[in-house]
Write a protein that binds this ligand. Structure first.
Ligand code: PLP
Length: 444
């Protein structure tokens, strides 16, 4: 058990230190909150007393408006797998810009990117979007069109963007009729999913689709248990329900072909965004030929002025073909494993009640004694005060990390052993500070 008073004392000290180091962010926040609700562009960026405003980034590093330098392990919610200001992407964007950025007409790059995505994910047809939200929205519409049904099954606690269907229970402003169509079930429990689908079927509400991440990435990192994804695939196939793997976070980051490649289970639809566009807003929906026909014949309309826009496609092409090749994935695996092994050593050395979870470039330290397998076990164990301390501690020691979350990391291809070792060093200092009092009293 960690000492609560110690966690609070340390947080107070670290919070004061961060305030002291970020007066420029404080000043910008005072201006920003007059025009941006909460002073930010997305509610994920909200923070009190003020958010940390960034100024620039290069490779694995970012700098805030006060000139503080950080290794970036937040990586734009894992979008910046290729690192900041990657020269290959910069060159592709500059070349495209000089030849015109937007026509709302297709270009060759859109074809090349789709060919590469089809090869990686084993799904033959692709359409583009500008975000993960648009990708999951289009994916659900496709499933509803194919099945002629409306209901949606999702995983309890999972995040799939901010359109109404996937925000049920998370925001005001969602129509009750939409809320009635969405049903949640715990991750890693195929029998519970089967029971839920059976109940819905009995009520004449068989779902159109199951939308899920193959590994939960918004509650630390929760891996699928042996056989779970295969069981969900069998169940959905048997029942004529479309299986959507939301790979907005896992696609491209945990393997060249995302969760489909890593876990060897092929869904009917894959949704991508984040790391696809090399730092530009870009998303994609991969689908079976059968689903593709609904788009071809015009019965499902997937619109978007900027879908497949030339600038985004040029960046995605360079990203996929020049940056994220086999060597990049070897590097991500190696760095991820080094980081995780370093954290494991720290945990063992200090007897910290925690464990690590890793998957390619992503990973987390999960605190607590109980193994996390789904949202309920995460909630039982999630320690908000400790998460806040971890964030403050890392930010004050040159690690830019995701706020309001578990202790996570996202490494990218420009991260180095130095960056990873710094992460471990900072964690070791925290572990020592957290266990000092209890080990001191044990010795007394
Ligand atoms: N799906 C998943 C799994 C996500 O993590 C996110 C964003 O964090 C989204 C969808 C939504 O993506 P976007 O923020 O690009 O709309």
């Amino acid at each position: 058990m960690l000492d609560r008073t110690l966690i609070r004392d340390l947080s107070e000290r670290e919070s004061a230190a961060l305030d002291e180091r970020t007066p420029g962010s404080a000043e910008l926040f005072r201006r920003a909150e007059r025009v941006l609700p909460g002073g930010v562009s997305s509610s994920f960026q909200l923070r009190r007393p003020w958010p940390i405003y960034l100024e620039h980034g290069e490779g694995p590093r970012v700098w805030d408006v006060d000139g503080n330098e950080y290794f970036d392990f937040h990586n734009g919610f894992s979008s910046m797998l290729q690192g900041h200001a990657h020269p290959a992407i910069g060159a592709a964007v500059a070349a495209r810009y000089a030849r015109g950025t937007h026509f709302a007409a297709p270009t060759e790059d859109a074809v090349v990117v789709a060919e590469e995505l089809a090869r990686r994910f084993g799904l033959p047809r692709w359409r583009y979007t500008n975000s993960g939200t648009e990708s999951t929205m289009g994916a659900i519409r496709l499933a509803r069109a194919l099945t002629g049904r409306s209901d949606v099954v999702k995983i309890l606690g999972s995040y799939h963007g901010h359109h109404d269907t996937v925000m049920v229970g998370r925001s005001a402003g969602i129509p009750q009729s939409t809320a009635a169509e969405v049903h949640s079930v715990e991750f890693n429990d195929a029998p519970a999913m089967e029971r839920l689908i059976g109940r819905l079927d009995g009520d004449q509400r068989k779902p159109a689709c199951v939308i899920m991440e193959a590994a939960m990435t918004n509650v630390g990192l929760v891996l699928p248990g042996d056989g779970y994804l295969g069981a969900v695939r069998d169940l959905t196939r048997r029942q004529g329900i479309v299986l959507i793997f939301d790979e907005v976070k896992t696609g491209l980051t945990i393997a060249a072909g995302g969760a489909v490649e890593r876990f060897g289970v092929r869904p009917d639809v894959v949704t991508l965004a984040k790391a696809l566009g090399g730092g530009l807003a870009s998303g994609a929906i991969g689908m079976t030929a059968e689903l593709g026909r609904f788009v071809e014949d015009g019965s499902v309309q997937l619109f978007g002025t900027f879908n497949g826009n030339p600038l985004g496609m040029a960046a995605a092409r360079a990203n996929l073909l020049e940056v994220l090749g086999p060597l990049a994935y070897e590097r991500l695996e190696r760095l991820g494993a080094r980081l995780r092994a370093g954290c494991d050593e720290v945990i063992a050395e200090h007897g910290l009640p925690a464990c690590t979870v890793g998957l390619g470039s992503k990973g987390c330290v999960a605190y607590g004694e109980e193994r996390v397998v789904d949202y309920s076990s995460f909630e039982r164990r999630h320690d908000r005060e400790l998460a806040e301390l971890v964030w403050l501690w890392q930010m004050n020691r040159g690690l830019f990390v995701t706020s309001g979350r578990e202790q996570e990391w996202n490494v990218g291809v420009t991260h180095t052993d130095e960056a990873v070792d710094r992460y471990v060093e900072v964690f070791a200092e925290l572990a020592a500070a957290l266990t000092r009092r209890s080990s001191g009293s044990a010795r007394a």
